[in-house]
Design a protein around this ligand. Sequence first.
Ligand SMILES: C[S@@+](CC[C@H](N)C(=O)[O-])C[C@H]1O[C@@H](n2cnc3c(N)ncnc32)[C@H](O)[C@@H]1O
Length: 201
Amino acid sequence: MNAIQKRYNRMARLYDVLEYPMEKGFSKWRKDLLKHAKGKTLEVGIGTGKNIPYYPEDVELTGIDFSPKMIEIASKKAENYNNVSLYLMDAESMDFENDAFDTVVTSCVFCSVPDPVQGLKEIRRVCKEGGKILMLEHVRSDNKMVGKMMDLVNPVPLHVYGANINRRTFENLLKAGFEPENINITDLWFDIVKRITIINA
Ligand SMILES: C[S@@+](CC[C@H](N)C(=O)[O-])C[C@H]1O[C@@H](n2cnc3c(N)ncnc32)[C@H](O)[C@@H]1O
């Protein structure tokens, strides 16, 4: 088990409580994003399953996470839904066939995936051509001062929580092979929390 898995295992029982103060903003953003999920949908890094209630009813949802304790909590939430399957799996090397999903979703995940470019390449592989990738992610600010501050403070959330606050997710998407013209980005909170939607061309 790697260090990030261990950290999320350690935080799992407290995760929803610690995130509660931020959830007011996030729940609205989750709802707005997830209404666009369609058909066979994969959620990568499903965590404690916070997004589960926001999916349209006709979505067939598969969720993966590499922390056994996080997915244990998600499994309890999923008991109330009959269209959700959950698996313990690493986003960097998924067991799914190529082109398996119509939609792939991530929320606050690419701050934590140890090798984000590899994780994003896997998403590209398992999402159908013409399929949609829906992301709600926090990233490093482009503001010089704020970005530097985020670099400085980053070791704290990384070691306590397992999350980096200074990931350059747009650059990582390009490194993973996504084309800039297929990536649509909206700032939700300053230039730090972003909704990213991608057509997998
Ligand atoms: C900050 S939590 C976000 C959970 C959830 N998506 C949410 O919006 O509340 C990040 C999650 O990503 C998972 N994760 C990080 N890297 C992963 C990987 N390589 N494979 C699978 N899950 C991963 C962690 O275990 C954790 O549950």
